[in-house]
Design a protein around this ligand. Structure first.
Ligand code: ADP
Length: 395
């Protein structure tokens, strides 16, 4: 089947046409600067990337241009729209309403809209993308795949905050967790790669990208995860602070004479390893700066690995053990130094890393030694393929 996977942001729209027989993308692309001016980057699997400046006042126009690119005589990969069997939409927040992916109906659209408050930057944009696709492809089935759904199995002891209970009841203030599609995909691959029985397994998935989260997966279900009601909680990230003492917010507001929006912006965009180092949010830049003697870059990297190791430790406690730890996403898949540093804290678990293997690059590999008590894996995540598969399963 051919599934169009759409990840729609407020001014951008990423797409992939996934062939679920070959598990590969026939084409990938990105519409940028929607509502500003507009640019489409389209790369067919067997061809060169083409970049076109095109006026994109609306998301609907962007979807139109995606369809044009996919069916184009030269750079297209299908001859007509009829070849698209379904569209899978990434939706960031499903609140407590969605514990799994679902076919999109009017009721589902309404329920997604009711979650807008929980993800004001993302959900409205996701809905705009769905509406644009529905208009242009009225007869094609559409599926919503939620970042939060995989974590709906968390027990209340993991998702409740120590706040007045009425805030949970009235406003839904609780841990939801994100990157669920990735955590689900990577944990499933880990059972295969590490030779585990899913129904009798304890896996910790470290999704370390620009945004980063760690999940404890017990017998195939998420039982705890580091991101919270929003993607700001948990690990220190590229530009996000992760966990901080909540009293710091008021303290910064007073000291720096800033309002709450300005402080939120600092926590989301000017913190993390970027804020600590003053160098970059990109780990390639940080490693280089650290090797050149930049002390703050070195400290930022140390703080990062230390936090990852602390979360792993807490999830070993939550599950009373661990069989396998999987590293994924941009940093998890590519940064052997972070993996080495994180694992250097885990000797107490009987973990041994094969340093040569850790330095190599493969989409899926075991980097622990055969005598290591816990298997440590690197698994390349593929959220688009996971969304396409969920879509096929539902249609
Ligand atoms: P997201 O999808 O959250 O935007 P990714 O999972 O693509 O992020 O991760 C992007 C990050 O991965 C980059 O900011 C960079 O820090 C890191 N990264 C990518 N490639 C490498 C590499 N070769 N070595 C070290 N870090 C890398």
């Amino acid at each position: 089947m051919k599934i169009l996977v759409i990840n729609c942001g407020s001014s951008s729209l990423k797409y992939q046409l996934i062939n679920t027989e070959t598990n590969t993308a026939d084409a990938v692309g990105l519409c940028e600067r929607i509502g500003i001016d507009g640019r489409i980057k389209h790369t067919p699997a067997n061809g060169e990337k083409v970049v076109k400046e095109e006026s994109m006042p609306t998301h609907e126009r962007a979807v139109e241009l995606v369809i044009e690119a996919l069916t184009d005589k030269e750079v297209g990969v299908i001859s007509s729209l009829d070849e698209i069997d379904a569209v899978g939409h990434r939706v960031v927040h499903g609140g407590e309403k969605f514990a799994k992916s679902t076919i999109i109906t009017d009721e589902v659209m309404q329920a997604i809209e009711e979650c807008n408050d929980l993800a004001p930057l993302h959900n409205p944009a996701n809905l705009i993308g769905i509406n644009a696709c529905k208009k242009l492809m009225p007869n094609v089935p559409m599926v919503a795949v939620f970042d939060t759904a995989f974590h709906q199995t968390m027990p209340s002891k993991a998702y409740l905050y120590g706040l007045p209970y009425e805030y949970y009841e009235k406003y839904g203030i609780r841990r939801y967790g994100f990157h669920g599609t990735s955590h689900s995909y990577v944990s499933n691959r880990t059972y295969e790669v590490a030779g585990l029985d899913k129904d009798n397994s304890k896996v910790i998935v470290c999704h370390l990208g620009n945004g980063a989260s760690i999940t404890a997966v017990l017998n195939g279900e998420s039982v705890d995860t580091s991101m919270g009601m929003t993607p700001l909680e948990g690990l220190i990230m590229g530009t996000r602070s992760g966990d901080i003492d909540p009293a710091i917010i008021e303290y910064i507001m007073k000291k720096e004479n800033k309002n709450i929006d300005e402080v939120q912006n600092i926590l989301n965009k000017e913190s993390g390893v970027y804020g600590l180092s003053g160098v970059s949010s990109d780990f390639r830049d940080l490693t280089q700066a650290s090797e050149e003697g930049n002390e703050r870059a070195k400290i930022a990297l140390e703080v990062y690995s230390y936090h990852v190791a602390k979360y792993i430790g807490s999830y070993v406690a939550a599950m009373n053990g661990v069989d396998a730890i999987a590293f994924t996403a941009g940093i998890g898949e590519n940064d052997e130094l972070v993996r080495r540093d994180v694992c250097s804290y885990l000797g107490y678990l009987g973990i041994n890393i094969d340093l040569e293997k850790n330095d190599s690059r493969e989409d899926e590999m075991i980097i622990s030694t055969p005598d290591s008590k816990v298997k440590v894996c690197v698994i390349a995540t593929n959220e688009e393929l996971a969304i396409a598969r969920e879509t096929v399963a539902l249609i």
